[in-house]
Design a protein around this ligand. Structure first.
Ligand code: AMP
Length: 387
């Protein structure tokens, strides 16, 4: 089955064509600057597609050669917010599209773009089966004591203010691969998974299910990220509001100017590690803040899962930065965690154990592949729907 995986952003459209049975990638690309630049009258501004429909025409042209005489069987969409309703990937129809649209207020930057992507496909290929795969869905198993904020109930009942969690597709995929690597049935797998990319979150897995996760109402809560602050005292926002900052100023500061960038002036982990090794004190402190925060979460989630059988690193930083993994592991000494320095530094695209045999908890690196997970989920839903 050939599945086109779409990750539709407000001004970009990332795609991959996957052969699900072969596990291969036939084509991939990124269309950028959607809705930007074409409005100018010959001002030499950047040229971009006018809208998502036009971007899709570009994708269609780009994948044409790669497909040869084969045709797409389905489209799988990465949808950021599934709210409380969606616990599984679903076959898209008009009602589902409207339901995703109703969640726009919860993810104003992401869900409207996801809906535009779905509508563009419906218009171009009306008979194409489409599946929505939600970033929040895997965390629908969180117990209420983990998803509740201790605020008046009315905020939850009237405004949907609760913890939802994100990166679910990645955490679920990595949980399955890590369990397989350790030869444990996934429904008996208790672990802590750290997805460390530009966005970062850590999830407590008990019996293969998510029982806690560090991102909350939005993908801002939790760990120190590339440009996002993660946890802080909410009174800081009140303080800044009283000092005249607008909601937009606060939002930009927390989401785009904080994290590694705020602390070290750079949001790329490679540069921060290099600067720290060259003696830059701010970079060293940024790494210390980020690794300390993550180690605290791992310690807490070790408790949440009743004793983790594995600690798993994934995504850009988790898969590639042996320096950051070492900093985190050093702080986990009280749990009996011990890395094997040689295994930790090894470069590989394969899932692997990087702890020493005497480590009380095995530490793993498991590459994530969200597109593959979305393609497989799409194929499963479409095949199931045909029976
Ligand atoms: P992602 O969002 O999963 O693509 O991850 C992006 C993050 O991974 C950025 O902070 C990069 O600096 C980091 N990253 C990618 N490759 C490496 C590498 N070889 N060493 C350290 N960090 C890396």
């Amino acid at each position: 089955m050939l599945v086109l995986v779409i990750n539709s952003g407000s001004s970009s459209l990332k795609y991959q064509v996957r052969d699900v049975e072969a596990g291969s990638v036939l084509a991939e690309g990124l269309v950028e600057k959607i809705g930007m630049g074409n409005g100018g009258e010959g001002d030499g501004q950047i040229e971009g597609p006018r809208d998502h429909a036009e971007a899709l025409e570009q994708v269609d042209a780009e994948i044409h050669a790669a497909l040869g005489d084969r045709t797409l069987d389905a489209v799988g969409h990465r949808v950021v917010h599934g709210g409380e309703r969606f616990a599984e990937p679903v076959l898209v129809n008009n009602e589902i599209t409207r339901a995703i649209e109703r969640l726009n207020p919860l993810a104003p930057l992401h869900n409207p773009a996801n809906v535009l992507g779905i509508r563009a496909i419906s218009k171009k290929w009306p008979d194409m089966p489409q599946v929505a795969v939600f970033d929040t869905a895997f965390h629908r198993t969180l117990p209420e004591h983990a998803w509740r904020y201790a605020v008046p109930d009315e905020l939850y009942t009237n405004h949907g203010i609760r913890r939802y969690g994100f990166h679910g597709t990645s955490h679920e995929y990595v949980a399955h691969r890590a369990a397989a690597l350790l030869d444990v049935p996934v429904d008996e797998f208790d672990a802590v998974i750290a997805h460390l990319g530009n966005g970062a979150s850590v999830t407590a897995i008990r019996g293969g299910q998510s029982v806690d996760t560090s991102m909350g109402f939005t993908p801002l809560e939790g760990l120190v990220m590339g440009t996002r602050s993660g946890d802080l005292d909410p009174s800081i926002l009140v303080f800044l509001g009283r000092a005249g900052w607008s909601p937009e100023d606060i939002d930009a500061m927390l989401n785009r100017q904080s994290g590694l960038k705020g602390l070290a002036g750079n949001n790329d982990m490679r540069s921060v590690v290099e600067a720290s090794e060259a003696g830059d004190a701010k970079a060293a402190m940024a790494l210390a803040v980020a690794s300390y925060r993550l180690a605290k979460y791992i310690g807490g989630y070790h408790v949440a899962v009743g004793g983790a059988k594995a600690i798993v690193f994934t995504a850009g930083i988790g898969e590639n930065s042996h320096q950051f993994r070492a900093l985190v592991a050093e702080r986990l000494g009280a749990l009996g965690v011990e890395l094997d320095g040689g295994l930790n530094r090894e470069r590989s695209k394969e899932p692997r154990v990087i702890s020493s045999p005497s480590s009380a908890i095995p530490v793993l690196v498991v590459p994530t592949d969200e597109e593959r997970a979305i393609a497989e989920a799409t194929a499963a839903v479409v095949t199931g729907a045909r029976i």
